[in-house]
Design a binder for this molecule. Structure first.
Ligand SMILES: *[C@@H]1O[C@H](CO)[C@@H](O)[C@H](O)[C@H]1NC(C)=O
Ligand SMILES: *[C@@H]1O[C@H](CO)[C@@H](O)[C@H](O)[C@H]1NC(C)=O
Ligand SMILES: [Cu+2]
Length: 175
């Protein structure tokens, strides 16, 4: 029985790995990198974790992407950028935990709302505790499981259900 549980866990972790690193196109699906999209709302829908990447897609004749520090973000100031992106299909890895700030460097566009700040988090982990027996003979095992990045593309509750289904299946096999 133990071997089956182990195989199940391995398969599940492999499945989760596939969705762990996510390419997120900024603004999608409701908008894109433009003057209309509310990036506060966009960022609220999405969980950003290490290993994800941003894609900014836009027309080079109209926009660009400038990564700035908080001071530059707050002051609408792109004069000392961390990085500039101008390709119209910019890929920006989110490789570390912490805040990242992006604005459009075209005059007026930052003020008009082309700004996005995100808090990149570590991968969530959960611990599943399984117990057998009663009283003094109770034996428990704990397992740590990586949970997925919750992205705009993957419904959070769907992922939570997958996780629960997995735990339930694990318990059924265990007993
Ligand atoms: C964008 O959405 C946020 C959160 O819903 C809201 O507080 C804010 O007023 C919106 N901004 C604009 C410019 O509509
Ligand atoms: C923008 O930042 C630069 C360097 O950090 C500074 O010299 C400049 O005065 C700032 N401009 C504005 C409008 O705050
Ligand atoms: Cu712009």
């Amino acid at each position: 029985m133990g071997a089956k549980v182990l195989i199940l866990i391995t398969v599940t972790v492999a499945m989760l790995r596939m969705v762990l690193s996510t390419s997120l196109t900024v603004g999608v699906p409701a908008g894109s990198w433009d003057l209309q999209t509310n990036y506060t709302m966009w960022a609220l829908r999405t969980r950003f974790t290490i290993g994800d990447e941003f894609q900014f897609q836009y027309s080079t004749t109209v926009h660009n992407v400038v990564e700035v520090r908080k001071a530059g973000y707050d002051a609408y100031n792109s004069s000392s950028p961390i990085a500039m992106f101008l390709t119209s299909n910019d890929v920006v890895p989110l490789a570390a935990i912490g805040m990242r700030y992006f604005i459009c460097g075209v005059p007026g566009h930052r003020v008009a709302g082309m700004k996005v700040q995100v808090n990149v988090k570590s991968k969530a982990v959960w611990t599943v505790r399984r117990c057998r027996g009663t009283g003094k003979r109770l034996r428990c095992r704990s397992e740590t499981i990586l949970s997925s990045a919750m992205t705009a593309g993957i419904d959070q509750s769907a992922m939570a259900r997958l996780g629960l289904a997995f735990v339930a299946a694990g318990l059924v096999l265990f007993y």
